[in-house]
Design a protein around this ligand. Structure first.
Ligand code: UD1
Length: 418
């Protein structure tokens, strides 16, 4: 297992290009089995979750090639509707495969999905919606067995705007007979990206980015070559890194609109921010102020995927911050690691109370999940002295060449193979 060695306390300067969005790319992989024509996903980031999705598709019988940063998928020979537990346990996003496989084969068997250990992560919304589309579902021995004679368009409402459930419904409704209307849809930019990708294949979907998505089932879907949107969470992580270290950094690829709530909070901290088209420039000098309160919410609220990183920032700001995690109940597992670096944080249920300290010090810490791991790296960059961040498997799931990009901004960070 690799580790990072980080010698902290350096300001960050320069510009960094954002990778394609992990949370866009993964459902696009799933969508690629909806057609037997070739699909090319351009500029796919070299992250472990993408490699894992590729492996899932290969197990189904598809051919997947990584070529010059693009991924070319030919699933004309896909024949299996079963996803082995080894792969689904590694990657929760494999749950999208239910919608795709049902559209392609009318059947799907999938082991109960895994992913980051950040809470219960039930999939009841996915399963209830699929039932509305005419799918029979049996859960047995850790597997979910789904079957239907045909998918039939339906009026569906979901109680909570789940990103994954919204995407699954789009993937199951795209060729369903008739019309599917989803009320209460998630509005994340990655949902809009999936709509654009599917429409590029010949689907008839509208409304993504709003509460209501309308899908007119089509008879067949063709191939597509598509460049996904950039990763607002990666971009946000770099902005927060610059905020905590001090300096001036420009991230390229993400519009300010897609990070509105983060930028609002960073301005509250005292950062200066300028946005222009798809560039965001942040400068941070002197000691920042704590955010009084941050609550994670579905888009356009503050993203749960940036909660750990903004908490790390608040640990060294002046004053106190209250961080409420509304989406995933155990998403504060990184806190004891931050405490090893001198952070003053108390967690009670879904709320973290942060009292800003003057500075953090280097320590040996372990990354237990993807975004918590990013938060530890961010804290280590600002800490006085040397830190080791152990177990990079989670960080590698979502950030491609994190260390290279940070080094290009002036950070001192090395990966050591152990
Ligand atoms: C996606 C993102 C993840 C992000 C999350 C919230 C991908 C690959 N992952 O995850 O990075 O943190 O959105 O923005 O896009 N829920 C249920 N029942 C369900 C489904 C969800 O109760 O059937 C609950 C979850 O427990 C959670 C909330 O809904 O509390 C949000 O989950 P959801 O939006 O579904 O997240 P994911 O799609 O898993």
């Amino acid at each position: 297992m690799d580790k990072f060695i980080i010698d902290g306390g350096r300001r960050l300067f320069g510009s960094v290009k954002t990778q394609s969005a992990k949370n866009s790319v993964l459902p696009l992989f799933a969508a690629s089995v909806l057609t037997d024509k070739q699909v090319t996903i351009c500029e796919t980031p070299a992250i472990a979750d993408a490699f894992c999705m590729a492996q899932i598709l290969r197990e189904l019988g598809a051919e997947v090639r990584f070529e010059d940063g693009n991924v070319v998928i030919d699933s004309s020979n896909a024949h299996s509707h079963i996803i082995s537990s080894a792969l689904t346990r590694e990657l929760r996003s494999s749950v999208f495969m239910l919608g795709s496989l049902l559209t392609r084969f009318r059947r799907a068997v999938i082991a109960y999905p895994g992913g980051c250990d950040i809470g219960l992560r039930p999939i009841d919304l996915h399963l209830n919606a699929l039932k509305r589309l005419g799918v029979d579902i049996v859960e047995r021995d850790g597997y979910i067995y789904c079957e239907c004679e045909k998918l039939k368009g339906a009026e569906i409402a979901i109680d909570f705007p789940s990103v994954g459930a919204t995407e699954n419904i789009m993937l199951a409704g795209v060729k369903a007979e008739g019309r599917t209307v989803l009320q209460g849809a998630a509005k994340e930019p990655e949902i809009v990206d999936l709509q654009n990708f599917l429409n590029g294949m010949g689907a008839k979907i509208k409304g993504a980015g709003t509460d209501v998505i309308e899908i007119e089932g089509v008879g067949s879907l063709g191939g597509v070559t598509y460049t996904p949107i950039k990763d607002r969470i990666e971009a946000g992580s770099f902005l927060i890194a610059c905020a905590i270290c001090g300096g001036e950094v420009e991230v390229e690829g993400v519009s300010g609109e897609n990070l509105g709530m983060l930028l609002h909070k960073l301005r509250e901290n005292g950062c200066k921010i300028h946005t222009k088209n798809d560039k965001i420039r942040l400068s941070s000098y002197g000691r920042l102020k704590c955010n009084r309160r941050i609550e994670t919410m579905p888009f356009p609220g503050f993203p749960t995927d940036l909660q750990a990183q903004i908490t790390a920032l608040n640990t060294v700001c002046e004053g106190g911050a209250l961080i409420v995690e509304n989406l995933f109940e155990t998403r504060f597992k990184y806190v004891p690691e931050l405490q090893k670096m001198g952070a003053d944080i108390e967690v009670r249920g879904r709320t973290a109370f942060v009292r800003g300290v003057k500075g953090l010090h280097g320590a040996s810490v372990t990354a237990g999940d993807l975004r918590g791991g990013a938060a530890l790296v961010i804290a280590a960059l600002a800490a006085e002295g040397v830190s080791e961040v152990f177990d990079l498997t989670h960080i590698d799931r979502g950030y491609s060449d994190l260390e290279g990009k940070l080094r290009s901004l002036g950070a001192q960070i090395e990966r050591v193979h152990m």
